[in-house]
Design a protein. Structure first.
Length: 521
C-alpha cells in the first residue's frame, strides 16, 4: 500500500484531477455511444450551468438547445452527469405523451409526502396515486362545473373594471400584471377555497399576501424552482412552499373543512370535491373525464385506493391555487402587451366583443364566450408565443426504442419536450416573433402537426384545469377590453426581455401599460 503522505501535493492533485476528468469523460459519453447528437457539456454542470447561476431561465436554455439540434428528431443533454433526451419531432412527442404513455407516465419528480405534505399533489405524483386523484378530481372541470363557477368569474370581472376606472380616467401607466394577479387570486380563492378575499379592492388582503410570498425571490425558493426543472430527484430535500406559507394554507384548509362539516354547508367548488373524497361520498367520474390509459407497472391497471387526509386535500388545493393564479394572470398580461403593440388587432377583437355582448343583452354569458372566435385565436396565439409551461418533462419507466430509430431510451432517463422551442420554430410558425392570431384559423392549423402546439401539454396528463384557466383568462380580457383600451408607454418594455430569475415567463422589470377609457362608448 502506498503511503500518500510521501507523495508531493502536486501529484495528488494531478491524480485527483485526472480521476475527475475521466469520470466526466465517461459520463458525457452516454449519448455518443447510443448515436444521439450532443452539444458541448461542461463539467460539472453538463449543459445546465447557465440555469444554475440564473444567467438564463430554463425556457431560454432549452430553446437554445432546441435550435442547436435543428434538423434532428432529438438530442442528448446532461444535467450534471444525468442524461436527458430533448425531443424535437412532433411524431416522437406524440408517442411519448400519448401512444406510449404507460412507459412515460411519470414526470420524474421525487416526492416525500411524510417530510412535506405539499409535495403530494397531482402535478408531482405518478403511478396509482396520480391515477386515483386524476379520476376523482376531473369532475371539477367538466362543462357542468364550469357553468356553476362562471358567475363568480363574471363578478370578479366587474370588480376588475371598477378597479381600473380611476386609472383609465387619468390615463395612468400601471404595472398591469399585479392587477391581473389580484383578479385571478379572487377567482381562485372563491372557486377553490370558498373564500371571498377581495384582492382587487384590497391589494394587501391576507390571501393575496401569502400567495405573493410563494413567488418571493428567496434563495430557497429560487433553488427549489430550479431543481424542479434541472434536478427533480433532489427536490424532496427542499421545502416548497416555504414553511410559513405551507402552515397558512394548511390551517385555512382545516378551518374551511371544519366549518363546512359542522354547519352542513355545501358549495359547488373544488374544496367540496375534496371533502367528498375525504368522506368517501364521491360518485363515479362524469363521462367527460379524460381517458387515462393503462399503466403497466406496479399494478397500475387498478385504481389503488389511498386515504385522502387533510394533508392530501391541502396539497391539491395549494397546487390548484399555484397553477390557476400564475398561468392565467401571465397569459392575460402578455396578451394585453401584444394588443397594445398591435392596435389593429386590439380594435378587431374589441369589435367582436361588442357585437357578441350586444347580442347577449350587454352581459358576459357562458355561451357568449364560445361565440368569440377571434378572441379564441388571440388567446391561442398568446399561448403560442408565451406558453405558460415552457417545457414538459417525463421519465421513462420501461426501456423502449424510439419509433423509426435504433435509439433505445432506458428506464430512468428523463425526457424534455421543449414547448417554447416548438412554438417559435419557423418551420411551423413562419416569422414566429410576429403576433398573428390568424395562425389559428382552421385552414392554418391543418398545415402543421398537431403536436407542434402544446400550451397545456397533451395526452392523459394534459393540464386538468385547462378549461378553467382559459375561461377566467377570457372573462378577464372581455371585462377589460369592453370598457378600456391598453396602449404602450415610455415604460413599456420594448423589446421584451424575460426575467432570468423567474420559473415562468415574466417580463424583467414588470409589464407597464397605459389604460384609457374607450372613447367610442
Amino acid at each position: 500500500m502506498i503511503d500518500t503522505s510521501l507523495l508531493p501535493l502536486w501529484v495528488l492533485a494531478a491524480v485527483g484531477l485526472t480521476a475527475i476528468y475521466v469520470y466526466f469523460k465517461v459520463s458525457f459519453s452516454y449519448w455518443k455511444k447510443r448515436g444521439v447528437p450532443i452539444l458541448n457539456p461542461t463539467p460539472p454542470f453538463g449543459d445546465i450551468g447557465a440555469v444554475i447561476f440564473t444567467r438564463k431561465n430554463a425556457s431560454e436554455l432549452i430553446n437554445e438547445c432546441y435550435k442547436e439540434f435543428d434538423g434532428k428528431k432529438f438530442g442528448g443533454l446532461y444535467n450534471f452527469t444525468m442524461p436527458i433526451l430533448l425531443v424535437r419531432d412532433p411524431e416522437v412527442i406524440k408517442d411519448i405523451l400519448v401512444k406510449d404513455f404507460e412507459k412515460f407516465h411519470s414526470r420524474g419528480i421525487a416526492v416525500n409526502e411524510k417530510q412535506d405534505p405539499f409535495q403530494g399533489h397531482l402535478f408531482a405524483l405518478s403511478g396509482s396515486k396520480w391515477r386515483n386523484l386524476r379520476v376523482k378530481l376531473s369532475p371539477t372541470f367538466t362543462s357542468g362545473k364550469m357553468k356553476m363557477m362562471f358567475g363568480t368569474m363574471v363578478e370578479c370581472g366587474k370588480e376588475l373594471q371598477e378597479c381600473l376606472q380611476d386609472t383609465a380616467n387619468n390615463r395612468e401607466t400601471i404595472e398591469i400584471k399585479d392587477i391581473l394577479a389580484r383578479y385571478s387570486t379572487d377567482i381562485i380563492a372563491s372557486c377553490a377555497f370558498g373564500i371571498q378575499c377581495n384582492c382587487l379592492k384590497n391589494p394587501d388582503a391576507e390571501f393575496r399576501k401569502w400567495g405573493r410570498k410563494i413567488f418571493e425571490p428567496s434563495f430557497v425558493a429560487k433553488l427549489s424552482r430550479a431543481l424542479m426543472l434541472v434536478a427533480p430527484s433532489l427536490r424532496r430535500f427542499l421545502k416548497f412552499p416555504p414553511k410559513e406559507v405551507g402552515k397558512y394554507f394548511m390551517e385555512m384548509v382545516k378551518e374551511t373543512v371544519e366549518y363546512r362539516e359542522k354547519n352542513d354547508m355545501k358549495r359547488n367548488d373544488f374544496m367540496q370535491l375534496l371533502i367528498q373524497m375525504k368522506n368517501k361520498t364521491l360518485g363515479v367520474a362524469e363521462e367527460e373525464d379524460i381517458k387515462l390509459g393503462n399503466l403497466e407497472e406496479d399494478d397500475l391497471k387498478s385504481i389503488a385506493p389511498f386515504e385522502v387526509t387533510i394533508e392530501v386535500m391541502a396539497a391539491q388545493a395549494f397546487v390548484f391555487f399555484l397553477a390557476g393564479f400564475e398561468t392565467s394572470s401571465t397569459t392575460m398580461t402578455f396578451c394585453l402587451y401584444e394588443l397594445a403593440l398591435n392596435p389593429d388587432i386590439q380594435q378587431r377583437l374589441r369589435a367582436e366583443i361588442d357585437t357578441v355582448l350586444h347580442k347577449h343583452g350587454g352581459n358576459i354569458t357562458y355561451d357568449s364566450i364560445f361565440e368569440m372566435e377571434y378572441l379564441e385565436k388571440v388567446v391561442d396565439e398568446t399561448l403560442r408565443k408565451y406558453p405558460a409551461a415552457t417545457l414538459l418533462q417525463r421519465q421513462c419507466s420501461k426501456s423502449t426504442k424510439i419509433r423509426g430509430t435504433d435509439v433505445a431510451v432506458e428506464k430512468g432517463v428523463l425526457i424534455m419536450v421543449p414547448i417554447f422551442g416548438l412554438h417559435h420554430d419557423p418551420k411551423y410558425y413562419p416569422d414566429p416573433e410576429r403576433f398573428d392570431p390568424e395562425r389559428f384559423s382552421e385552414e392554418e392549423k391543418k398545415k402543421r402537426p398537431h403536436f407542434s402546439y402544446l400550451p397545456f401539454g397533451e395526452g392523459p396528463r394534459i393540464c386538468i384545469g385547462m378549461r378553467f384557466g382559459l375561461m377566467q383568462t377570457k372573462v378577464g380580457l372581455i371585462s377589460l377590453l369592453s370598457r378600456y383600451e391598453v396602449r404602450v408607454s415610455e415604460k413599456t418594455p420594448i423589446p421584451l426581455v424575460f426575467d432570468s430569475r423567474s420559473v415562468v415567463l415574466a417580463s424583467e422589470g414588470g409589464m407597464w401599460l397605459t389604460v384609457v377609457k374607450r372613447t367610442d362608448k
